[in-house]
Design a protein around this ligand. Structure first.
Ligand code: SAH
Length: 378
């Protein structure tokens, strides 16, 4: 039997091509695309404005994939972690972070990761495989469904959490979101998104398509450990997406040690690519900086960090290291975090220190492992 095609791997133009190959007009693609992303259709029989004959034909050649969470855990701060079974023995996790009525969803791009950053749990599993475009968008669609049936209650959080791409400078920001809306998507879960660009780029195109998931490109952030040629490609193919770079060290010596990617693309090249990344107007590159106690958390580090990024429109996300088993790094002290934060703030850098949201359910940065055997006790 001929293998059926998963339509969720297609952007709208790709779907047009696919249907054209079957002799169909391009408006059919638009109809099907809207059914999938705006009506969340799971099958062709629902598509009532499409002829029965075409529906039957599509049923023969294509299908619409879906992900259902295998487990959902909710932390005391409202953070929700979703475990998705990919059906081939592998799994990934997504994390929903509701802050003051606004939902940020952190999604995965790979099963495991090849980048081998020394402090990251996902990295210890090596790369198993890339997620498909469908598996990337299906994380969002599954969480949307959960939010509709089970909206989060507003947390009284002071806003020190994962605030990545809120510019706070537009009228839109004044309007409260519906509790079920996803405002920001961050590709900061498991995997290195720029190591899977062939699938990540179409997934982002579906996210920001006005006929697709209808997210604004200013609300989608791609986070990278610093794959320079892929940063250039991302900027060329989706120029308005937000860029976050996990810097984590201010000297090549340390960065080579804790992030092997730096041996291929040292700081100078990485920062040049950040500087040249096409961001519109007032938007800034987010520099993530995982603070490792006694390793990169001194005021000298803060000083070097400032110098490195000062000629790039920037904001800084300080992420106190989240400890995990088998990793010898330690969390920084509160005093070190505060001093580092203050040093930058005093020099007019926009800094957010991320509290470990979801720490109690191992949903914080660097704690995702996506293991099926790790089930929640009911
Ligand atoms: N590969 C991408 C996205 C995934 S990691 C990237 O490197 O940016 C998301 C963020 O979590 C990165 O900034 C990473 O440096 C950080 N991180 C990884 N392990 C961590 C840990 N144990 N504690 C705190 N942050 C961690």
């Amino acid at each position: 039997m001929k293998q059926k095609t998963d339509l969720k791997n297609f952007t709208l133009p790709a779907l047009e091509q696919f249907l054209k190959g079957q002799g169909k007009e391009s408006f059919r693609a638009l109809q099907v695309f809207k059914w999938i992303y705006q009506q969340d259709a799971r099958g062709f029989e629902e598509m009532t404005n499409i002829s029965k004959a075409l529906r039957a034909e599509l049923t023969e050649t294509a299908f619409i994939s879906n992900l259902e969470p295998e487990a959902i855990e909710q932390g005391s701060d409202g953070t929700r972690k979703y475990l998705f079974n990919l059906g081939d023995g592998h799994a990934v996790e997504s994390v929903l972070i509701p802050i003051e009525g606004r939902n940020t969803l952190c999604i995965s791009s790979q099963v495991g990761c090849a980048m081998a950053c020394e402090f990251c749990l996902t990295g210890t599993f090596k790369l198993t495989r890339n997620l498909t475009t469908a598996e990337i968008v299906n994380q969002i669609m599954a969480v949307k469904r959960d939010l509709i049936s089970n909206p989060p209650t507003t947390s009284a959080d002071g806003g020190a959490g994962l605030v990545i791409n809120d510019e706070g400078d537009d009228v839109e920001d004044e309007c409260p979101d519906s509790p079920a809306a996803i405002r920001n998507i961050v590709l900061m879960g498991m995997g290195e998104p720029l190591h899977n660009l062939d699938n990540v780029i179409p997934a982002i195109q579906i996210m920001i398509d006005g006929n697709g998931l209808q997210l604004s490109n200013r609300r989608v952030t791609v986070s990278t450990c610093g794959l320079v040629p892929e940063m250039v490609r991302l900027g060329r193919e989706i120029p308005n997406v937000n860029l976050a770079v996990s810097l984590n060290a201010t000297t090549d010596e340390l960065r080579n040690r804790i992030m092997p990617v730096n041996r291929s693309y040292p700081l100078k090249e990485l920062l040049k690519a950040c500087k040249e990344f096409p961001l519109p107007g007032r938007r800034k590159v987010t520099f993530e900086y995982v603070m490792l106690g006694g390793v990169n958390d001194s005021l000298d580090d803060a000083k070097r960090l400032l110098k490195l990024i000062s000629d790039i429109p920037n904001k800084v996300n300080l992420i106190p290291f989240n400890e995990h088993e088998g990793c010898d790094f330690k969390a920084p002290t509160r005093a070190a975090i505060d001093a580092f934060h203050k040093y930058l703030i005093d020099r007019h850098v926009t800094v957010i220190t991320r509290d470990s949201r979801g720490g109690d359910i191992s949903a914080a940065c660097g704690q995702l492992k996506g293991k099926l055997e790790k089930k929640v006790a009911a």
